[in-house]
Design a protein around this ligand. Structure first.
Ligand code: ZN
Length: 480
């Protein structure tokens, strides 16, 4: 049985189609016109005998009346308006509900329904508060850890797609990416007027992927963008209905893109060979497939545990020491906030990432052994400069696995006691006595959505660093 509103719309539709007035129909089936009007407005449910009387009067079957779809586009709009005014987001506004009368033209109705749809879309987006975003992100990190960051279904789909175009080793060319797009009915189009907020746009109706001009630097980024757009089709993604759904889709799309750029078989062969030679190095893996250092490091985390039996961690740390992205299944004690989230938290100043960021010469990869309360790790870090700030990509493994990696002869060894505050956060007593109450600092503004929680006396500023800075400059004569 369709709902009474839908049924009413269908009754009115078939009545007007038959060219009958309310009075004429009432007379034929022996029912007061006011009753019939209530039914057409969805306020009263007709008995079955009335339904068959109506069907007979309109010259149609009862089943036509009971069909559960709006009979016309106009009726669909009326139904949307009715439903939108009934939802709690609209009722909260305390505004009157209006009826789509015959006097209201289609354009007006379409405009009102359009506003309702947008209101609903915004209400759904607003559900993703930063707090919930952090929780969803944390949940996903734990799920990935349980998977060893390996998604076999997506690997299989990417295998299929790359085999079909004959890509195995080496760099995936733009031309091959275009061929992969064609296979799923899409063409790649470079434009220089994308919306500011979009990295790429997928036009499903016309089968197009719009990405920035091919001439901009960072060709790998463009191939990856196009592949991510292809992924949404290949993986059957629909519009996400929640923030965690959105996160999962984005993760799956970038996983698919990475698995196409660095196909499983060829990558595992390459890495297994490097392991046999005891010379695994992310920079070699990166160069062999023509991708960025970060893309190679992330792809390594997909394959290392499952195919090489190596547990590991991989971090992207920004210039100010905050975690941008982190993955570990080797027990590295990541800095966590009260909700278990690590994004935006500051990593230990002795860890490889911050040691590498602190170097004045950053031309080579930085290698070090890091002692932590959870054991010793071998870490290699490469630093780079993004559009706005410096960043460091660290790949690390437990000490016993260091034998497979280049750089293992590094003499650099540091000791970290974090999360113990005495490791590198809490100022020593002398400094505290000297400077407490005598300083004020303003934190750098973080544009990242997962902005860090306060660490010291001044939100976002590390007390110890602040005091040490003050101490170091205390002797200056004030001329800067
Ligand atoms: Zn520390």
């Amino acid at each position: 049985m369709p709902d009474t509103v839908m049924l009413g719309l269908r009754i009115r539709h078939f009545r007007t189609q038959a060219g009958l007035t309310l009075d004429q129909v009432s007379e034929r089936i022996g029912l007061a016109p006011s009753q019939l009007s209530l039914m057409e407005n969805g306020k009263r449910e007709p008995r079955l005998s009335v339904l068959s009387g109506l069907a007979g009067a309109f010259g149609i079957a009862v089943a036509d009346l009971l069909d559960d779809s709006p009979p016309t586009e106009r009726a669909a709009l009326e139904l949307d308006l009715h439903r939108a005014q009934g939802n709690s987001a609209y009722r909260e506004l305390g505004l009157p509900t209006i009826k789509a009368t015959r006097g209201m033209n289609d354009e007006t109705l379409r405009a009102i329904v359009g506003v309702h749809r947008e209101l609903d879309r915004r209400a759904r987006l607003a559900i993703a508060t930063p707090e919930e975003a952090r929780r969803a992100n944390t949940k996903m990190r734990w799920w990935l850890r349980g998977q060893n960051n390996y998604l076999p279904d997506i690997e299989a789909l990417a295998d299929e797609a790359t085999v079909a175009v004959g890509h195995s080793a080496g760099a995936l060319t733009h031309r091959t990416v275009a061929e992969m797009a064609t296979r799923v009915g899409l063409s790649v189009i470079h434009v220089d007027d994308l919306p500011h907020s979009a990295r790429s746009v997928l036009d499903l109706e016309n089968g197009r992927i719009y990405i920035p001009p091919a001439s901009i630097p960072g060709g790998h980024g463009l191939r990856s963008l196009a592949l991510q757009a292809i992924a949404h089709l290949a993986l059957g993604h629909a519009a996400p209905d929640s923030y965690s759904d959105f996160l999962r889709q984005r993760l799956e799309a970038s996983y698919y893109a990475a698995a196409c750029l660095m196909p499983r078989r060829a990558s595992v062969d390459f890495l297994q060979h490097a392991k046999d030679e005891r010379a695994i190095a992310i920079e070699d893996f990166r160069d062999a497939f023509g991708v960025t250092h970060e893309a190679a490091a992330l792809r390594f985390t997909n394959l290392a545990t499952e195919h090489l039996g190596i547990r590991l961690h991989c971090l992207r740390v920004s210039g100010d020491g905050a975690v941008v992205r982190a993955y570990e299944n080797d027990g590295l004690p990541l800095p966590l906030d009260a909700t278990g989230s690590t994004e935006g938290e500051i990593v230990c100043r002795y860890w490889s990432a911050r040691q590498a960021l602190g170097r004045t010469t950053r031309t080579t990869e930085h290698y070090q052994y890091t002692d932590t309360p959870q054991g010793t790790f071998f870490e290699s870090t490469q630093t780079g400069r993004g559009t706005n700030e410096d960043f460091a990509i660290t790949l690390g493994v437990p000490y016993r696995e260091s034998k497979w990696f280049r750089g293992r002869e590094s003499p650099h060894r540091v000791s970290s006691r974090c999360p113990d505050l005495n490791c590198c956060r809490r100022p020593d007593d002398g400094l505290s006595r000297r400077w407490a109450g005598q300083a004020w600092a303003s934190a750098r503004v973080h544009t990242h959505i997962f902005s860090p929680l306060p660490h010291g006396t001044y939100p976002g500023v590390d007390d110890r660093e602040l005091y040490e800075f003050l101490e170091a400059h205390a002797g200056d004569d004030g001329q800067v």
